[in-house]
Ligand binder design. Structure first.
Ligand code: SF4
Length: 415
């Protein structure tokens, strides 16, 4: 729900090398701290600075001349059009460095970016500040120093992309790390005082079987991270995986993939992890605050190449063209779309229903002025009848069976 607080997303669009399945906005650099990545980091600082310094551009004016604590009004498109003005003068509850591979940048750059954000925004004392880390990036001798510096800078949650503990699977994915590199990074992170750690896993990947994923889960659960994400592979066009016959990928068949999914749910539940979103599991109290903002349609501002934002009912994103961004980072906002009420309602439902807690009828009424049943009553009743949805007080949610067929159920909420 749009509200009192803001979240910030910082995109770092570089990786050492591109993985075989990846269609994220990221470019291979071949190494850390390349001149291009540093130029980009400097551009990020300029983009942030533009939020304070006056105008972002003709098409994206910002009137933030005041010191922190006074009104920040970002006029996304036309100066003076009140329907295009968004308020970013809100306490920041979460910051997320994603990519790409954010740790391709040195901790000095991450620190500089965070310092800039701290000067610009009021960051809440207990704000969740996360960074994604690729285990294959750090050299042995720099790992401790880099992690310590990130901790010092204020990062309090790290998300490590393991994907699989199985060497052959990692190789097929084109990942640059192995299990040993992951374990070293994890151990060092603990040594440096990080206790809030997420481990990213993937299911439905080449060569994976129920047994191999059980071994991956076992390895991860030995560490007892606070949070585990398990996303299933989607073969995207334009990636190396998308360019070869599906058969040649050695993917688990549908039945095996379903077994893997059921096992994940069962094993993590037995280990005390609560599934709070289709693909996300956490120990109690360790749900990712930043991701919840996306599913709750809270306000977030994206900085960096291609970074997306939602403020109130305005969705916009930065250019995805690297050269354009580098030459005018303060002028990067485009694709501005004011959501219609219908679109906002659809988003409310299909993003909110991703959460196992579901969506609140009271929040729907507060946001749109209608009872949920006036708009979706028939659909909800139909899905409840089919055993795919249920109600619990104010909340309407998918049942476990509904979660298994989440895409199909949620598509019914498109008006
Ligand atoms: S590390 Fe992540 S962002 Fe980078 S290429 Fe691999 S999957 Fe894509």
């Amino acid at each position: 729900m749009p509200g009192e607080k803001l979240s910030l997303y910082i995109h770092i669009p570089f990786c050492i090398k591109k993985c075989n399945y990846c269609d994220f906005l990221s470019f291979p650099t071949g190494g850390r701290n390349t001149p291009l990545a540093e130029r980009y980091a400097a551009a990020l600082l300029r983009e942030a600075e533009a939020l304070r310094g006056g105008s972002l551009s003709e098409a994206c004016q910002v009137d933030i001349n005041q010191a922190r604590g006074q009104s920040y009004q970002v006029d996304i498109n036309q100066v003076g059009d009140p329907s295009r003005q968004v308020d970013i003068n809100k306490p920041v509850k979460s910051i997320y460095f994603g990519g790409g591979t954010p740790n391709i940048l040195s901790s000095e750059w991450i620190t500089r970016i965070l310092c800039k954000l701290k000067r610009l925004f009021t960051i809440e004392k207990d704000a969740e500040i996360s960074i994604e880390l690729n285990p294959g990036v750090y050299e042995e001798k720099e790992r401790h120093r880099e992690l310590e510096a990130l901790k010092e800078a204020g990062i309090n949650r790290i998300s490590i992309g393991l994907q699989s503990a199985c060497a052959a699977e990692l190789k097929r994915l084109g990942r640059i790390h192995d299990l040993t590199a992951f374990l070293k990074l994890y151990e060092e992170a603990l040594n440096c005082g990080f206790e809030n750690i997420n481990v990213d896993l993937m299911t439905g990947i080449p060569l994976q079987t129920c047994d191999s994923f059980a071994r991956t889960l076992e390895k991860v659960l030995e560490l007892r991270p606070k949070h585990i994400s398990a996303y299933s592979l989607i073969v995207e066009e334009g990636t190396p995986f998308g360019e070869v016959p599906l058969k040649s990928l050695d993917l688990p068949d549908e039945d095996e993939e379903y077994e893997i999914y059921l096992m994940t749910r069962r094993v993590l539940k037995q280990a005390g992890y609560e599934r709070y979103e289709i693909s996300n599991y956490a120990l109690p109290g360790y749900e990712c605050a930043h991701n919840l903002v996306y599913w709750d349609r809270g306000d977030y501002l994206g900085l960096g190449l291609g970074a997306a934002s939602l403020i109130g009912d305005l969705r916009f994103s930065n250019t995805g063209q690297l050269q354009k961004y580098l030459s005018a980072p303060g002028d990067a906002r485009e694709n501005i779309h004011k959501l219609t009420e219908k679109e906002a309602m659809e988003e409310f439902m299909f993003l909110g229903l991703r959460k196992t807690a579901g969506v609140s009828r009271a929040d729907f009424k507060r946001a749109f002025g209608y009872d949920m049943d006036e708009i979706y009553g028939e659909i909800i009743a139909g899905e409840e009848g089919a055993g795919l949805m249920e109600e619990d007080g104010d909340m309407v949610r998918l049942t476990e069976r509904g979660m298994d067929a989440a895409n199909r159920v949620m598509s019914k909420f498109l008006l």
